[in-house]
Design a protein around this ligand. Structure first.
Ligand SMILES: Cc1cc2nc3c(=O)[nH]c(=O)nc-3n(C[C@H](O)[C@H](O)[C@H](O)COP(=O)(O)OP(=O)(O)OC[C@H]3O[C@@H](n4cnc5c(N)ncnc54)[C@H](O)[C@@H]3O)c2cc1C
Ligand code: SF4
Length: 444
């Protein structure tokens, strides 16, 4: 079965009304719903499923968006199996309620009926707030402050807003139109986006305070790819460039590099899986996912790994890349790999991969995508010299309020946590918005 055919399977679409109501009908309407307690952004599934069950669809959509401005995207992207659905009481009787799909359905239903569940502010305040970065953390902070009546300007380095949702997560998982609808809801609150406006250079964030913004929320994410220490070869991409090029419609050079050719993706996380599945869609003849630990140890979610397997990605686990091999013109011809085996547990409690001497072998590939992690770009902290950062470039900020070492500057999302989840970035944006409002004398 081809990739396109599989994408038509019902699991890739949301529920329709009948399915949603039937699914909500299975909910036990738990008192102090465990699912609600398990949502990092307090989206409150217990409350919105109860409303759906009693056919209050607008009320249900309002609950979602009031609590989580990216409730639609989270309905698609959240690893619900290890968050809300993991705690669902219905599991003891049957399978858990499919909370993510209900959430997605309710948000899409509101759009279809022309209803914007985000209520506009009743009061207009004068204290301006700046948000740096328009990923999930920045969007959540901006929307929550705008709903309290604060004028918010979001400064975004790239041409369009959305962060990883626009330039990372592939279109086949989060359609562009879907993201656009989420952004339209936020724009309707009066949030101003200044795209193509990076906040960079010495003290650029502090300068915003001097320009009259009463508070600044830093949410620039992590956009510098970590790279393998091997020789340079034509045909080797970073996951950041590879995924962004596709979302920006610059597929031509990627198709030339991949179509009809064997390709490898290095890494075992969700990003590596996105790259592997994208490479298949770009026409690679074979896609090998290379990971130095075991299948069970891969950080990617189980359903993502299974989908990749079903689509035809070959998993080469317990293999470590040693070096790229090139032809005389510098074009990639293969990767020298070394087998690994699992040794004793390391500091993280996982059994550590150890190289097995004398097991080198060559995998012939014409393209490689390195998906081994992202970090803060070199020198990016110069933009906020009075804010304390860790040696790895992550910002030190309060877990519950995003406060940094500089009064008036807050931070959240991946730049504080390291690579994490959309829903946790939303939670950080909300927490910082609450703290900023309190700083400005408003109880949120
Ligand atoms: C390929 C991929 C797939 C993922 N899939 C999932 C998933 O399925 N589910 C899930 O929960 N999580 C997923 N994640 C993780 C999730 O997307 C991130 O945790 C989340 O986006 C972090 O949000 P953020 O707002 O901190 O940063 P980002 O989303 O990175 O947004 C930061 C924004 O700041 C902008 N910026 C950077 N520097 C500046 C500057 N100096 N001035 C102005 N703007 C700046 C950037 O251009 C960007 O738009 C995925 C991540 C990747 C990379
Ligand atoms: S835990 Fe499950 S059964 Fe209980 S309210 Fe939440 S969705 Fe319904």
């Amino acid at each position: 079965m081809g990739v396109a055919k599989r994408l038509d399977s019902p699991d890739c679409r949301g529920f329709d009304l009948g399915q949603a109501v039937a699914e909500a009908g299975r909910c036990l309407l738990c008192h102090e719903a465990p699912c609600s307690k398990a949502c990092p952004a307090q989206t409150d599934p217990g409350a919105f499923i109860r409303k759906l069950r009693f056919r209050n669809l607008t009320g249900a959509a309002r609950t979602i968006k009031k609590n989580n401005v990216l409730g639609g995207a989270c309905g698609i992207l959240c690893p619900t199996a290890r968050l809300c659905e993991k705690e669902c009481s219905a599991t003891g009787i049957d399978r858990p309620i499919r909370i993510g799909r209900l959430q997605r359905f309710l948000v899409e239903h509101a759009w279809k009926t022309g209803f914007n569940p985000l209520e506009k502010p009743e009061t207009r305040r004068k204290e301006k707030v700046a948000v740096v970065g328009s990923g999930p953390a920045g969007l959540a902070c901006a929307a929550h402050l705008a709903r309290l009546g604060f004028p918010v300007t979001v400064f975004e380095a790239r041409p369009e807003p959305g962060g990883v949702l626009r330039y990372g997560v592939p279109e086949f998982r989060l359609p562009k139109e879907f993201l656009q609808r989420e952004l339209d809801d936020i724009r309707a609150l009066g949030v101003v986006f200044r795209c193509g406006s990076p906040v960079r250079g010495k003290g650029a964030a502090e300068a915003l305070l001097k320009k009259g913004f009463k508070a600044v929320f830093l949410a620039p994410g992590l956009w510098a790819p970590m790279r393998l220490n091997s020789r340079k070869a034509a045909g080797v991409f970073s996951s950041v460039d590879f995924l962004a090029a596709q979302r920006e419609g610059r597929k031509g050079p990627l198709e030339n590099a991949l179509r009809g050719k064997p390709c490898a993706v290095i890494g075992g996380g969700s990003v590596a899986i996105d790259c592997a599945r994208s490479a298949l869609r770009l026409g690679a003849s074979d896609v090998y996912l290379l990971y130095r630990r075991s299948f069970a140890q891969m950080p990617a979610e189980e359903d993502e790994r299974l989908e990749a397997l079903q689509e035809g990605v070959h998993f080469l686990v317990l293999n470590q890349p040693v070096e790229y091999l090139c032809d005389p013109k510098g074009a990639l011809t293969g990767i020298r790999l070394r087998k690994t085996r699992l040794g004793r547990p390391d500091g993280s409690g996982r059994r550590k991969p150890e190289e097995v001497p004398g097991t080198d072998w060559t995998l012939e590939v014409r393209a490689v995508i390195e998906a081994i992690g992202n970090k803060a770009p070199e020198g990016s902290s110069q933009a906020y010299p009075s804010v304390a950062v860790r040696p790895d470039g992550l910002i030190r900020a309060g877990e519950k309020d995003g406060r940094t070492s500089k009064a008036g500057i807050y931070a959240g999302g991946d730049i504080v946590r390291g690579p994490d989840l959309v829903v946790r970035a939303v939670s950080d944006g909300k927490a910082a918005a609450k703290a900023i409002a309190a700083q400005l004398g408003v109880r949120a």
